[in-house]
Every structure is written in structure tokens, then in C-alpha cells.
Design a protein around this ligand. Structure first.
Ligand code: ASP
Length: 350
């Protein structure tokens, strides 16, 4: 063997040995959901809460799957339906149970994207729309715009038939307690002068407890016509500043879908997702570099964002049903359903 052949064998060996730390890299998937990367470390999550979270993820999968199996069920309908189930559950940081800003308010963001047409819709800083994901869909289909925020977005959601609720609806005692704990931690650090430059940077990103930090929900789906869709909804980061908007309503950052590559929904520290244009970067690695969905998602989550210091997880699905769910956190609340109707739910490496 000459040296060129030897090099070739070496390169092949290295590329096959390079581990893809993407978990759940599986095929024949039609729908996947996540409930955020703000996972309590293994062993510290109560059995009761773990059971409830798994049941809620399973319920979202079931609801989305029923849509995909209905005569005219599309991937777009399936992701909206699955995300609505997670928004209505108080267990996740989206819709009911949304995280609090440092002023004690719930300000939510959401987006949805159709992989067939690359149509997209998003809302930011909504405070009274019961299901922000449906407001995002209304923006996509009825406004002529892609992103609407604040009062204008709420008024448009209401005119479009979305349910409007009192802001109190979103409040849960658990999230409120998390905010109080994080505020107390911050006050203590300020008192003792232990917040250095790094601490200040961390505070700008919100709370320090993983559960308080991230918890977005999302879904990606592939329908029988081969069309992909993605949806993401969040209360954002606990202790975020009033008016802060994260990656979840930013198409290309927290959400992306294109039949040519994949559908992606992200969770984690949104500032890192925005700077990395993370969801689109996964699609671009597939489209321009020919990477598999698992390799592309792993590259962005476990290399790009991780090296930049960000905490992240994504669910990604390609048009052939290959699915990956990498995360660089304690875990990722997640689940998927395969073509033959088998549902899988996971939290840690399992
Ligand atoms: N990505 C969301 C944000 O930064 C938070 C999360 O995923 O939990 O707003």
C-alpha cells in the first residue's frame, strides 16, 4: 500500500471512529417533541415529577401522531397540536408554567415553520395569548409578516381567533419559587461581592439553576407527503430582563424547517442559538456539506455552542425520518414516535 492509500485508510478510520454523541439517532421517525434542556440532574428529580413529565411528553406525541394519521393531517398541524399540549401542561416552561422575568412577569415567544414552503410565523413578548404557538401560526398564515411582538401580536392573535387569557393564567407556584430562589442567590452574591465579570455575564443570561434556566417546548414532524415542519414555544429564561427575546421566535436560530434538509427545534440559552444561527446551521451543514442529520446536529450542539460556553439541546428530523436529539446539558426531556406507531420518551442518556 502506498502512503496515499495508507492516509486514506487512516482518514476513513478516524471519521468512522469519531463518536456521534447525538442521542436517539434513529430512523423511521414521524414526530419528535422536547420539553426543554433545563433538566434536573439524574437522581435529583422526584419519581413523581419524572412520571408526570414522561406522561406529558407521551400525551403530546399521541396527540401529534393522531393528527398525522388523520386523513388530511399535515406535519404543520401535528407540530402545532403537540406543542399546544405541552404549552397547556404546567410542567414545562411554555404557556401555562412559563418562566418569570426578574420583575415577576410571564413574557412568551414562539415560532412555527413549514418545510414545504419555508413559510414561517413567530410571536415575541406575548403575555395574554393562551397558546403562543397558534398565534405564531396565525402570523404565518394571515398577517403577511413573519414576526410580530408585544401588543400588536396579541391584538392580531385575538382577531385571528386565538384564546386570550388573564396573565395570571400562566403563573405556577413552582416557577414563582424558582424566581424567588434565584433572586435571593443574586442578592447574596451581590452582598458578598462574589459576582465577578463572569457572574455578571451569567446573570444577564438569567438564573443559575438548570431547571430555572431552560425549559422550552418544541416539536418536529414528517407527514405522509414527505413534508417537514417545526415548532417551538417558550417562557424564555427565568430572571431574564423585561423585554428580552430569545431564540425561540427567531427563525433560523431556535426553529427551522426545509424539506431539502431537516426540521429543528432548539432549547437552551437563546443568546448562543441566535449568535450561532443554530437551527439553520444544522440545515446548512446538511445541505452544503452533505452531513447526516445526526452529525450536523451534534456538530452545532456539542461543538459550536458548547465551545462557545452555551447550554443547548435540539430535536432534528430529516425528510427520510432520521432523527437526532443531542444535548450538552444534564439531559433533555424528549420523545419520538416511529412510523409503526411506537412511542419512546427519554430524559437522560437511556
Ligand atoms: N431557548 C430559550 C430562550 O433562550 C430558553 C429555553 O430553551 O429554555 O428563550
Amino acid at each position: 500500500m502506498n502512503w496515499i492509500a495508507v492516509m486514506g485508510v487512516l482518514v476513513m478510520a478516524v471519521s468512522t471512529v469519531r463518536s456521534v454523541s447525538a442521542t436517539d439517532s434513529v430512523g423511521d421517525v414521524v414526530l419528535a417533541v422536547h420539553g426543554g434542556a433545563g433538566v434536573t440532574p439524574k437522581g435529583k428529580l422526584s419519581a413523581e415529577r419524572e412520571k408526570a413529565i414522561r406522561a406529558a411528553l407521551d400525551a403530546a406525541l399521541k396527540a401529534g401522531e393522531a393528527v398525522l394519521n388523520s386523513p388530511d393531517g399535515t406535519s404543520l398541524d401535528a407540530v402545532e397540536t403537540a406543542v399546544r399540549v405541552l404549552e397547556d401542561s404546567p410542567l414545562f416552561n411554555a404557556g401555562k408554567g412559563a418562566a418569570f422575568t426578574r420583575e415577576g412577569k410571564n413574557e412568551m415567544d414562539a415560532s412555527i415553520m413549514d418545510g414545504r414552503t419555508r413559510a414561517a410565523g413567530a410571536v415575541g413578548y406575548v403575555t395574554t395569548t393562551k397558546n403562543p404557538i397558534s398565534a405564531a401560526r396565525a402570523v404565518m398564515e394571515k398577517s403577511g409578516h413573519v414576526l410580530m411582538v408585544g401588543e400588536g401580536a396579541e391584538a392580531f392573535a385575538s382577531q385571528s381567533g386565538c384564546e386570550i387569557v388573564d396573565p395570571k393564567y400562566f403563573r405556577t407556584q413552582r416557577r414563582w419559587k424558582l424566581l424567588q430562589e434565584e433572586l435571593a442567590k443574586e442578592a447574596e452574591q451581590q452582598r458578598t461581592g462574589s459576582i465577578g465579570d463572569d457572574g455578571v455575564a451569567k446573570l444577564a443570561l438569567g438564573a443559575q439553576n438548570p431547571e430555572a434556566q431552560c425549559g422550552t417546548v418544541g416539536a418536529v414532524a414528517l407527514d405522509r407527503h414527505g413534508n417537514l415542519a417545526a415548532a417551538t414555544s417558550t417562557g424564555g429564561l427565568t430572571m431574564k430582563r423585561h423585554g428580552r427575546v430569545g431564540d425561540s421566535p427567531i427563525v433560523g436560530a431556535g426553529t427551522f424547517a426545509d424539506n431539502k434538509s431537516c426540521a429543528v427545534s432548539g432549547t437552551g440559552q437563546g443568546e448562543y442559538f441566535i449568535r450561532a444561527v443554530a437551527a439553520y446551521d444544522i440545515a446548512a451543514l446538511m445541505e452544503y456539506k452533505g452531513l447526516s442529520v445526526a452529525r450536523a446536529a451534534d456538530e452545532v450542539v456539542n461543538r459550536k455552542i458548547k465551545l462557545a460556553g452555551g447550554e443547548a439541546g435540539v430535536i432534528a428530523l430529516d425528510a427520510k425520518g432520521n432523527h437526532a436529539a443531542p444535548y450538552n446539558t444534564n439531559g433533555l426531556y424528549r420523545g419520538y414516535v416511529t412510523k409503526d406507531g411506537k412511542r419512546h420518551v427519554a430524559i437522560y442518556a437511556e
